[in-house]
Ligand binder design. Structure first.
Ligand SMILES: C[S@@+](CC[C@H](N)C(=O)[O-])C[C@H]1O[C@@H](n2cnc3c(N)ncnc32)[C@H](O)[C@@H]1O
Length: 275
């Protein structure tokens, strides 16, 4: 039988939706097959055996197996200085806030994946605005599990990953990268342990208190969610916004969620403000 079949996909879709709000609907079966084959192998089973096991266990599937599945299926696609228009806007906002008297600016990279986004933010601030502004900024990078966050903490990338950078920014990225040998390139930014923090934060629930932010990047995260889940995410995000907080979503994303009074509304382009 060609697995995953419709029943397998249903079980997997339920798992992805109920845990992190991920919508598996548009995923091709063949993609899920390729990705799950690796997980099956890790647990010493072939794909059919593994899917039978997942189906049989249902909601009592061990947490580590469930996380292995989620970590393989989730899309971590990201690269340095992605959607650089937003990074430039962010730099301008940081300057304005600090020039206006703010002593510390808090930025949230929500759904930070492997860290290219928060590191790009810090590199842009340091290289364009300089040390004085950089010292007043903290970035909190969150994601649903420790799996991507370990990479953020390490700050280590392959040559291939360092080469994936929006045109025009590679020379800036190169300034902050140290070649450690064996295809390991480490981001080297001043005082990084006081500037970049990581936290496991599940955007669909409200239990984590990571505080309020001046600027939030939640980019290319909600594209993998259905309408109902996006509303939940926006409600959670809005709890971390003050009246002046700017929220950026991905440039190809469009949100139409000004219905609930505690969410956000579109003001211009892809910037959203709390009502
Ligand atoms: C496609 S990546 C986008 C990365 C980066 N923001 C960018 O634009 O390049 C989506 C990220 O959102 C994270 N994510 C998805 N659902 C999440 C949830 N419910 N809670 C926290 N993070 C989530 C994924 O783990 C992944 O790292």
């Amino acid at each position: 039988m060609n697995r995953p079949n419709a029943q397998d996909m249903k079980v997997l879709a339920n798992m992805m939706k109920s845990t992190i709000g991920f919508d598996l609907q548009d995923y091709k079966t063949v993609l899920v097959r390729t990705r799950l084959q690796k997980v099956a192998l890790k647990h010493n089973m072939n794909l059919d055996e593994f899917l039978d096991y997942v189906n049989a266990k249902g909601t009592s599937l061990p947490q580590n197996v469930m996380m292995d599945i989620i970590n393989k299926i989730v899309t971590f696609e990201t690269y340095f200085f992605r959607e650089d228009k937003h990074i430039k806007s962010l730099v301008d906002m940081v300057k304005e806030l600090i020039d206006g008297g703010k002593n510390s600016v808090r930025i949230w990279s929500a759904g930070a994946s492997f860290g290219q986004e928060p590191y790009s933010i810090l590199m842009a601030i340091h290289s364009i605005l300089g040390q004085y502004y950089y010292n007043k900024v903290t970035v909190v990078a969150t994601d649903y599990s420790d799996y991507p966050l370990q990479r953020v903490k390490s700050g280590k990338y392959s040559k291939n990953e360092i080469g994936r950078c929006t045109t025009g920014w590679q020379h800036i990225l190169n300034k902050y990268v140290v070649d450690m040998g064996d295809d390991v390139y480490k981001i080297n930014l001043p005082d990084i342990t006081n500037r970049l923090f990581t936290s496991q934060h599940l955007l669909v629930s409200e239990k984590d208190n990571i505080g309020l932010f001046d600027i939030i990047f939640c980019k290319n995260v909600m594209i993998y969610m259905d309408t109902e889940t996006r509303e939940k995410v926006l409600t959670v995000i809005s709890k971390h916004m003050s009246h002046d907080t700017k929220l950026f979503v991905g440039m190809s994303e469009s949100l139409h969620y000004n219905r609930a009074k505690n969410t956000v509304h579109r003001d211009e382009w892809t910037t959203y403000y709390k009502i």
